[in-house]
Design a protein around this ligand. Structure first.
Ligand code: AMP
Length: 194
């Protein structure tokens, strides 16, 4: 069992890489963003509570996402967990450490997808244009204005986790600007040596 966190700003490709690991290594992807979107779509009380916050590109409260993850960790995952978009604050990081310890699991690596901000913003503008051109609806938080707010939240609240995990000896940076396949190969190397 290998448990990893994928860390990096919005649009860095965490979700794409996580999905490949699910297919190739039978790992379980735990994306709090996906869980929250699902709650929003199905209109649960919690979904209604977080909708506006998400649409503004801000983070939802720690207790909500910690609760979602705690519930998922009760399910078995022999291939290990990929934490995608969680933790995003120091409080979430502490909570994850406690939750894993309580289950006797360890965190094998915190892989940071290192990317360049200017390219991220142009990537998101391109993605929104392509989505619109294909006649599909652009995610409300994928518009350039909201994307910049998500990036700001990342630097304010999530980037400190890089130092936090570096101090724990778990931080592994990889080049997230490379081709998708090259990023996947870098990630595979990290997983194979854990
Ligand atoms: P994502 O798909 O990971 O970019 O997440 C989409 C949105 O869901 C974020 O902009 C936040 O509003 C919310 N969200 C997802 N994960 C978290 C988290 N761990 N902590 C707080 N808010 C989150």
């Amino acid at each position: 069992m290998v448990n990893i966190i994928l860390l990096g700003p919005p649009g860095a490709g965490k979700g794409t890489q996580a999905k490949r690991l699910v297919d190739e290594r039978h790992m379980v992807q735990l994306s709090t963003g996906d869980m929250l979107r699902e709650a929003k779509t199905s209109g649960t009380e919690m979904g209604k509570l977080v909708a506006a916050v998400m649409d503004r590109g801000e983070l939802v409260t720690d207790d909500i996402v910690i609760g979602l993850i705690a519930e998922k960790l009760t399910h078995p995952a022999p291939g290990g967990f990929i934490f995608d978009g969680f933790p995003r604050t120091l409080k979430q990081a502490d909570a994850l450490g406690d939750l894993l310890a309580a289950k006797g699991h360890i965190l094998d690596a915190v892989v940071e997808l290192v990317v360049d901000d200017a390219s991220l913003v142009s990537r998101i503008i391109k993605r929104a244009d392509e989505t619109k051109a294909a006649g599909r609806e652009v995610r409300k938080d994928d518009t350039p204005e909201v994307f910049v707010e998500r990036l700001r939240e990342y630097y304010k609240k999530t980037a400190p986790l890089i130092g936090y995990y570096y101090a724990k000896g778990a931080h592994v940076p990889i080049d997230g600007m490379a081709e998708m396949d090259a990023v996947a190969r870098s990630l595979a190397k990290v997983l194979d040596r854990t």
